[in-house]
Structure formats: C-alpha cells, structure tokens
Design a protein. Structure first.
Lengths: 690, 134
C-alpha cells in the first residue's frame, strides 16, 4: 500500500510541479480539485434547471423536447445541454483525480477518515445522477442504459417481477416511467449536495470556490466545447427495431459492458468489493494516533485564535470552567485533532521571550512543547557560535539534509503552521542565526490544509499572530516542496544562504520592512509559450471529455442478428387445491377469519422451454416469488439469434407433472436483422408472439 | 519609585478585560519593584520584559476578538494602537538585549503614557459602545 501511495504521490508531485510553472501555483487546477468539484456541481445544477424548463416527459415527448432544446435553441438550450453533459463528465474526472490524489498524499487515514468515507456516497450519488440523466433523453443510449440497468437491478433478489419488463417493446412502454426518472434525477442531486456538505463538515475554512480566473477559464472552455462539439442525442430509442452499436459515455457507463461480459451478479460483487476496499482504506494500515493538543487554562484567556485557525474544526470555545473572570476557554476534541500544532502557532502566549514563568503556551502539543522547541534552538546555537540559517521543516515535506559545515540547524515540525511567529523575531533579532528558512509542503497543498496559508499570512503581517514588522523579511525564507522533491529545499537553502551573505548587518529598531519573505524564484515559462501550453492542456482535457462522452461505441448486435425476448410473469398452479371449509371447521376459526375456502400456500415452479429450428435455446425452471413461494414466477431473457425465417417452439408447464407441457405454441417467424421479437405468456391466451 | 496606577475610569465594564488590565498593571509594577529591589541583572529584566510582552500580546488578542465579535467600528484603529505598544515593548526589550541600560523612568513614562492615553481614548470609546449595545 505504501509503495503504491509513494508512486501515486511522486506522479502527482511531478505533474503538479510542471503545472506550477505553467499555470502558476495559485491557479494550478490539481491543487483545488475539491473546489473544482463544487464549481462543476453548480454548473450542472444551473444548466439542469434551464433544461428542465423545456423538457417534457413521455415516451415520444422526452426525445422530441430534447431535440428542440438542442437544435431549436442551440444558442441557449444547446449550449446548456453541452454544459450539463460536459460538466458532469468533468465532475467524474475531478472526483476520481481528487480521490486518487488524497490517497497518494495519504490524507485519509487516522482522524481524517471522515472526508474520505463521506466522499464515497457523493460519488455513488454522482453515478446515479449520470445514469438517470442519460435515461431521460430516450435515445438509443437511453435504451441501452434502461435495459442494462434494469437487468443489473433484477439480479438483486428483492424484486418480485423483473423491472426490465417495463422495456419489452414500444407498445408496452409507459410514459410514467419518465416522470419517475425526472423525480429521481432531481432528488439524487439534492442528496448528493447533502453528501458533499457532510463531506466538508470537519474542515474549517473549507475551500469550495476555485480562484475566479480559473473558473472563468473553465467556463470559457465549456463554451468553446459546446460550440465545437455540442452534446447531441443519438437516434431515438426503438425497442422493436434494435441498433447494432451504441456510443457510450465512458465516464459514467464504463462498467456497463461488464454486465454483459461478467453477468449482472458478478458485477454486483465487484462493485461491492471495490466500495468495501475504498471504505476501509483509511484503516489500511491504521495510523498511529499522536497525542492531541492540550489546553492550559492558566495561559488561555479565550482569545479564540486557535479556534479560528484549526483546519479540522477540532477546537470549540466553551464557557469557562475554572472560575476565572474569563468568559470562554478553548476545548480540543480528541476525535478531530490531528496534532498538527497549527493552534500552537496561533497562540499569543507562545513566545520564546517568556522566561520569568515557565514557557507554557495556552495550547500545546505534548510531544513538542514550545519550551522544548526554544531550548533546542538555543542549544543548537550555543555549540559553535551563531548559525547561518535555522530551518523549520514540515515532516510531510521533502527531507532537508545539511552537514555540520553548513552551520544550518534543522528543526522538524508536524506542520509549518505550528511555528509561532515570535520565534522568528527571537532568532533574527537575537542574532541566533542570520536567517530563518521555513521549508514546508508543496505550496497550495499543505498536508494539514491551512498551515502554509496561515504561515504566509502571519509572515506577511496580515493574520494574527503576525511576525512583527521589525523583522526584515529578507532574513525569512520560504521553500515549498512535496515529499518526493528534496532538491527544491536544497536549492532554496543554498540560494538563501548566498542571499544572506551579501546582506548588510542587521539594523535595529522599528523599521518597516517589506512584508514578503524571501523565496526562490519560481521557474516560469516565457509568456507566449506558457499561454500556448495552457491552451494545449485545456484542449487535451476538453478533447478527452468530449471524446469519451460518446465514444468509442460498443457492439450490441451483429449486422445479421435479431433478438428474441422471452418474458412473462405467471402464477403457476397451487401445490394443493383449494378446499371448501365445513361449517364445523369455520366455527373453530376467529370471527375475522371466516373465508369459506382453505387455500394452502405455495405454488409449483414454472418450467419453460424455447426451441428454435428444433434446437433448444432455453430451458429454465422459474421459482415462484415470495417468502411462502406462492407468488408469480417470472422470466426475462434475451437471445441474440441469426436473422431469417425461423421455426419457433415455446412451451411451459405450471403443474406438478414430470413430463409433457401445459401450454405450447409453434410458429414460423420472420426475424429481420435488428428485430426484437417478444414472447409473452398469459394463461387465458397462451403464448403471444409479437 | 514610578509606577502605573489603576484608576476607576480605566474600567471598560467587561469583566475579563478589566481583570487583564489590572493584572497587566500589577505585572508591570511588580517588575519595576523587583528591578529596583535587587538591582537586578540584565537577565531578570529581560525575563520580566518577556513576560510583559507575552501577557500584553494575549490580552490584545482577547480584546481584538471581542471587538471583532461586536463588529466594533473602530476596531482597526484600536488594533493599530495595540500594535504600536507591542513595538514599544519590543524596542525596550531589544535595547536591553543589546547592552543599553534599562532606563526605568523612561520605561514607566513610555508605558504609563501609552496606557493612560489608550484607556482614555480607545478603551473608553469601546466601553461606551459595549454599554450601548448592552
């Protein structure tokens, strides 16, 4: 598992680094997949509401109204339809990339299981939305979706009659099914929204909007895609005359061909196993829980900075319990705290200048107290004079190797956000080192969500507790590198040391310094090349979405093949005949059980055979439905047969006899290529072949 | 010896804020007293100043939160004044760190003037607004 995670992580970090220089860190789409998912969801909802205004339900109306939307008002409805389809496809792409990325970056184990776990229902609802959406249009694809989905559902032993029987032929199709689909297609997105809302519940400051420029670029991309490759219907559905091929939307329907290949039951098992594996991943293997943050009431006045900064909503403010005049105190929920220490970095009492009393901050990580951190820093400085650089490194970031000759001390923190800014003031102004390097995770991609953002804002003097202005920012440096990119930190450290070497001696006093910390220049492509490559990347993604949304097609039927659908529901004879009750027997019964006849429950199974040109195509014993085995027996089977004139012989027995049949029909039928011949049964009229 | 005195008009009417104001003034006065008593060394003075710095920081954090909660209109101006004092304290700490003699009289004068001015203007206005909204 770890091997796989490392590979996935390395792949993501490599691609993201390339994207960084292409899009810039802020607009890197891979760093905001969650927010992109929300954005796409809203696009689908808005375009869906528009389409709903013009959509009619009904066997013929569904297709006709969709055609009118697509072609009659291509400039609005057509574009909306393309938005609806392509944004839904993009949502699948984004959701799975998001899932894979969080897996690779290992951000789903331990206390962070919740978002992973609750993301799974969101994905299931997404699929339900997509499948019902394709169903509603009632084109050839819808027909495939309807038949395959119902057959898949019929594999579950919960339906008394096969749902697939609703789609036997054009004549028996009911428009009410489409009304039902519309309801499902509206209800499920609402459930999905609920699931997405629950998904982000344990995140403070959850990011649900991508940067505006990225949103505009995506909208622009969709407009272009809608005009260049508008989403259209396939030819209308026809249950009597079948198509040989159907183009699939592979984002939603990729598992469907497997239903034919593996069988519906096997696919249920595969899906259940995959879901189970995904649901269990946060505990494979279990993450060793680190001791959670502890509040020290003697040093907490309820200022709520930790509450505001905690990325995992692990801190709440509650009424004071120690009888002091303060109103509130911070409370850590051990089930939510991931021990990142960002709260420690936000505490105003976490300053290394405190020496009169023990340095205990209002909130602390038991395994790495601020006092221990200060003592270790001082110890590192005492040995061999002032250091060139003191580096604080996030343990989720790349390693930073230094030798004694470098005169660089490295301190590992669970997150850069744990470092209280006064420590930087302390190091720089007390000249413990010439500069401070903050080496964290890839920018925009903090393992603990907000550590990088808060650190940058604190250093820039925008968020409390901020680094005091007296600290010259050219002596503070950032380096951002994912765990698999150690060269980035090494280069940044070398360049920072060079930059420090030429700085004039530290000026004392309150000088207003610039607020941006030193940072190695990001390598960016020349502008023209950058724009061209951006366009190329967008084009590839758009092409992928448009391409896979209706192709490649799959073959449903050979050119010279027809289909025979054998389907009926029939209640076979009772195992025991009904018998009139005598007056004496009735007298023994309760007043509410006075039926004059006694019918013991239970029916015979129905045995049915289908023979084509003297060759047995199907012979099946169909058990009655119901716990008492007294319901109907049903059958739904489709057979692909070569076209031509065929001699059909179909027969069944529904009594306890061992040989012979109770009903049978022989007929010569002409099976044109593509024809769907339906065989039904009714005890009054016998077999009906149409 | 110079010291800062608590005066009834300093009261903001918010129990926790008043409590911290008193504690801060006590802390400053105790620092001054101990410095004078034992002719303290630089380390003691540094330690005491560090303590004042930390407690003032925490106090301002609390006061700024209350102002934010009440959407107090002058919270930004008020906060700027807080920042000014924190710089003053850090300046004094720096000068002690780097060999300058700790000038008690100047220290008290700086702090005292800041406190009385801050109490008279910013805190009084805030107090007025709080009692108004109650």
């Amino acid at each position: 598992m770890n091997w796989l995670k490392r590979r996935v992580r390395a792949a993501f970090e490599a691609v993201e680094s390339a994207f960084d220089s292409l899009f810039g860190r802020e607009f890197n789409p891979l760093c905001q997949l969650g927010a992109l998912g929300w954005f796409l969801y809203w696009i689908v909802v808005v375009s869906g509401i528009y389409l709903y205004i013009f959509f009619d339900t009904g066997v013929v109306q569904a297709y006709q109204s969709t055609e009118a939307i697509t072609h009659g008002q291509w400039w609005a409805g057509g574009i909306m339809r393309s938005f609806h389809r392509y944004a839904s496809d993009a949502l699948v792409l984004v959701a799975f990339t998001h899932l894979l990325r969080e897996f690779g970056l290992d951000r789903m184990r331990g206390k962070r299981w919740f978002a992973w776990f609750t993301g799974l229902p969101s994905i299931m609802f997404l699929y339900l939305c997509g499948i019902t959406g394709y169903w509603m249009v009632w084109d050839r694809l819808a027909q495939y979706v309807a038949l395959t989905t119902t057959q898949w559902l019929d594999a579950l032993p919960i339906f008394a009659e096969p749902i697939a029987r609703n789609f036997l032929d054009n004549a028996s199709l009911s428009g009410r099914f489409f009304t039902l689909m519309v309801y499902v297609h509206i209800a499920v997105p609402l459930l999905m929204l609920l699931a997405m809302w629950i998904h982000i519940q344990r995140y403070n400051h959850a990011r649900i909007n991508p940067p505006r420029r990225l949103s505009y670029a995506i909208l622009g991309g969709f407009v272009a895609l809608s005009l260049l490759a508008p989403a259209v219907s396939q030819p209308p559905a026809d249950l009597d005359q079948l198509a040989t091929h159907v183009g699939l939307d592979w984002f939603y329907l990729a598992p469907y061909p497997l239903i034919d290949r593996l069988g519906a039951g096997t696919l249920w098992i595969v899906v259940a196993l995959v879901l189970l594996l995904l649901a269990l991943l946060p505990w494979l293997p279990r993450l060793r829980p680190a001791p959670v943050a502890v509040v020290n009431l003697d040093n907490c006045n309820g200022c709520a900075r930790c509450f505001a900064d905690c990325p995992f909503s692990a801190i709440t403010m509650r009424a004071r319990t120690d009888g002091s005049p303060y109103k509130e105190e911070a409370l850590v929920d051990p089930d939510l705290c991931v021990s990142c220490g960002i709260c420690v970095g936000s505490c105003p009492t976490a300053t290394p200048f405190r020496r009169a009393s023990a340095l205990v901050s209002g909130i602390e990580l038991p395994e790495l107290t601020v006092e221990r951190l200060r003592d270790e820093i001082e110890r590192a400085c005492q040995a061999g004079g002032p250091l060139r650089v003191i580096a604080f490194r996030c343990t989720h970031s790349a390693p930073l190797r230094v030798s004694a000759a470098d005169r660089v001390a490295v301190f590992d923190l669970p997150c850069l956000g744990m470092l209280p800014p006064p420590f930087i003031d302390f190091i720089v102004n007390d000249q413990l080192a010439a500069g401070v390097l903050l080496a964290g995770c890839r920018q925009g991609d903090c393992y603990n969500r907000l550590g990088i953002r808060w650190t940058q804002l604190r250093i820039a003097g925008v968020r409390d507790p901020h680094l005091r202005e007296r600290v010259p920012r050219e002596r503070v440096a950032f380096s951002w590198a994912g765990a698999t990119l150690p060269a980035v930190h090494a280069t940044a450290l070398r360049q920072f040391c060079d930059a420090l070497a030429v700085l004039p001696a530290l000026q004392r006093g309150s000088v207003v310094a610039r607020r941006n910390a030193w940072q190695a220049r990001a390598t960016r492509m020349p502008r023209l090349l950058r724009y061209a490559t951006q366009a190329l990347v967008l084009l590839v993604v758009a092409g992928l979405i448009a391409g896979l949304s209706s192709a490649p097609s799959i073959r449903l039927l050979g050119a010279q093949e027809a289909v025979i659908t054998l389907s009926f529901t029939h209640a076979a004879q009772r195992l025991q005949e009904c018998r009139p009750l005598s007056a004496a027997e009735r007298a023994l019964r309760q007043p509410n059980m006075q039926r004059p006849i006694n019918c013991p429950r239970g029916r015979w199974p129905v045995y049915v055979e289908l023979e084509l040109d003297g060759r047995l195509v199907y012979g099946g014993l169909r058990q009655p439905a119901g716990l008492w085995k007294d319901g109907v027996s049903s059958v739904y089977r489709r057979f692909r047969v070569p076209a031509g004139v065929r001699q059909l012989h179909v027969r069944l027995r529904d009594t306890g006899r061992h040989a012979g049949f109770d009903y049978e029909t022989r007929r010569a039928v002409e099976l044109r290529a593509g024809r769907n011949l339906v065989i039904e049964f009714d005890p009054q009229q016998g077999f009906e072949i149409r | 010896m110079n010291s800062i005195e608590w005066r009834p008009e300093f009261s903001t009417g918010i129990a926790e804020v008043d409590h911290e104001h008193r504690a801060l003034i006590d802390l400053i006065n105790a620092t001054l007293a101990s410095c004078a008593d034992v002719a303290a060394g630089r380390r003691e003075i540094q330690a005491a100043l560090g303590e004042i710095n930390a407690r003032t920081n925490a106090h301002f954090a609390l006061e700024e939160r209350l102002m934010e909660q009440l959407q107090y209109d002058q919270r930004h101006e008020h906060k700027r004044d807080h920042e000014r004092l924190l710089e003053v304290i850090r300046d004094i700490m720096d000068s002690v760190d780097h060999g300058a003699d700790f000038n008690q009289a100047l220290f008290v004068a700086d702090l005292s003037s800041w406190f009385s001015e801050h109490f008279r203007t910013h805190d009084a206005r805030f107090h007025l607004r709080v009692s108004f909204s109650n």
